[in-house]
Structures are given as C-alpha cells and as structure tokens.
Design a protein around this ligand. Structure first.
Ligand SMILES: CSCCC(=O)C(=O)COP(=O)(O)O
Ligand SMILES: [Mg+2]
Length: 238
C-alpha cells in the first residue's frame, strides 16, 4: 500500500460510490434515463444539442438505430460520451420537474465545506457529463452545493481507468500531481491516477458493498479520508 506523505491541496472526487450512493445512481438516475430517453430521441432529435449526440452515435455505431445503441450501452453500463450527454439532458428535465432530487452521503457536504474553508481546491471527475455533474450537485437534499467545486472533468479528458486522463487534467490545470488527492471507490481508477503520480484514497462505503483493494489507502467516509491525509473535517479519534 502506498504511504501518505504530503498534505493535498486539491481534492478530485468521483461521484458514484464516493459522494453519492451507488443505489441513487443505479436505482434512481439510470432507470429515469431509461424511461425518458426514447421520448427525447423521438421528439427532440432536431434540438442542436441532441442532434450532435445522435450524429456521434451514428459515427460510433453506423447503421444501428440510435435508441437500440443507447439501450445496448445502458445494459453494459458503458461510459460513452453520447450516452452520458443524453442522460444528462433527461436528468436535467427531471430535476426541473421536481421528479429528481440528488442523494449524497451525509458526511459529504460538511467535509467538503471544511476542506473548502481550509483553502483546498475541490474538483469533480466523473463519467457523468459535466452538465450532469452540475445538476446532481445543484439539486441535493442540502441545496445547491456546486459553488464548492471549481473544476468539473468528464469523459472529455478520457476514461477514468486511463492514466492519460489524469495527465490531461494535470496539463489543463497546472496542478502538481503530488498536490492532488483523487478519491474513488474503483481500484482501476485509483491505479490509473496513482500511475499518473496523484495521491489516491479508496472510499469503501459499507452500504455500497465496495471491496477494498490492497494497493491504496482505504477510508469508509470522507472524514476518515481527511484523517488519513491530514486534512480538516476528520472524525474525532475514538
Ligand atoms: C453525474 S451523476 C451520474 C454518474 C454516471 O452517469 C456514471 O456513469 C457514474 O460515473 P462515476 O464516474 O461517477 O462513477
Ligand atoms: Mg465511482
């Protein structure tokens, strides 16, 4: 397991399984998109934003009807740009209609507020599109918490299991790798980030049934991660 040496200045956070329960994404957001995507594709295909994504589907899967391809990707939980962009659009409609409200783990907002107050830069890296990230944090049970974050990264920089994506984030921001702490539940994502020189912490939420890996520090909550990395917002020691 890698050791913890340098206090991070940037916290780069995954969403599903790290700040939001896997159950919220898989039992609320994904089914909502599955229900509403066919109508979006059928009725809003001429909207320029939707149209651009439909063209991208046709490029990636020539000859396949777009809704058939989207269903295939949803069945595989594929992290693909056009699916993520279109899911973001229907979730936006859902939040606007009051049919969706985002669930975050209860420790998330207080800990991020403590980190922000202490001067840490907070950023998101999720497979969900940047608009979808802003929607989830804009419609939480605690209100709009998007101002806590200064940067949002999605598949535009590459997939989360690819070391190059983290190098792209470093290039775009000028952050030093050792200053950045990436928090995620998925070991393959942490491996990629660590290979790019970032500090990493696996969030192993008992409710999500996450399995702890062996290579990286493990925390059950963000306060637990704060304690491991010398950050504010740590839970009091027992
Ligand atoms: C913006 S919330 C929905 C997240 C999502 O679509 C997804 O596929 C989960 O991605 P993550 O990278 O946060 O695990
Ligand atoms: Mg995750």
């Amino acid at each position: 397991m890698s050791s913890v040496s340098h206090t991070p200045r940037v916290a780069l956070l995954d969403i599903e399984g790290t700040t939001a329960p896997v159950s919220f994404v898989h039992q609320v957001l994904f089914p909502y998109a599955r229900t509403h995507l066919p109508k979006l594709v059928a009725e809003q295909a001429h909207d320029p934003v939707v149209h651009e994504q439909l063209e991208e589907i046709a490029r990636l899967a020539p000859g396949v009807p777009p809704m058939e391809q989207l269903t295939r990707w949803m069945d595989e939980d594929a992290k693909v740009g056009p699916l993520k962009a279109l899911q973001g659009i229907v979730w936006g409609q859902g939040y606007q209609r009051g049919e969706l409200i985002a669930s975050l783990y209860p420790d998330v907002v207080p800990t991020l507020e403590a980190w922000s107050r202490a001067g840490l830069t907070l950023a998101v890296y999720s497979s969900g599109s940047e608009p979808a990230q802003k929607l989830i944090y804009g419609h939480t049970q605690q209100g709009d918490v998007t101002p806590l974050f200064s940067r949002f990264f999605d598949l535009r920089v590459g997939g989360k299991k690819d070391e190059k994506s983290y190098r792209n984030i470093l290039l775009e921001t000028g952050w030093k790798p050792e200053d950045v702490l990436f928090l995620s539940d998925v070991t393959a994502e942490l491996d990629a980030a660590a290979d790019a020189g970032l500090q990493v912490c696996q969030i192993v939420r008992p409710d999500d049934g996450t399995v702890a890996g062996k290579r990286h520090p493990v925390a059950a909550t963000l306060p637990d991660a704060a304690r491991l990395f010398g950050l504010p917002g740590a839970e009091p020691q027992a």
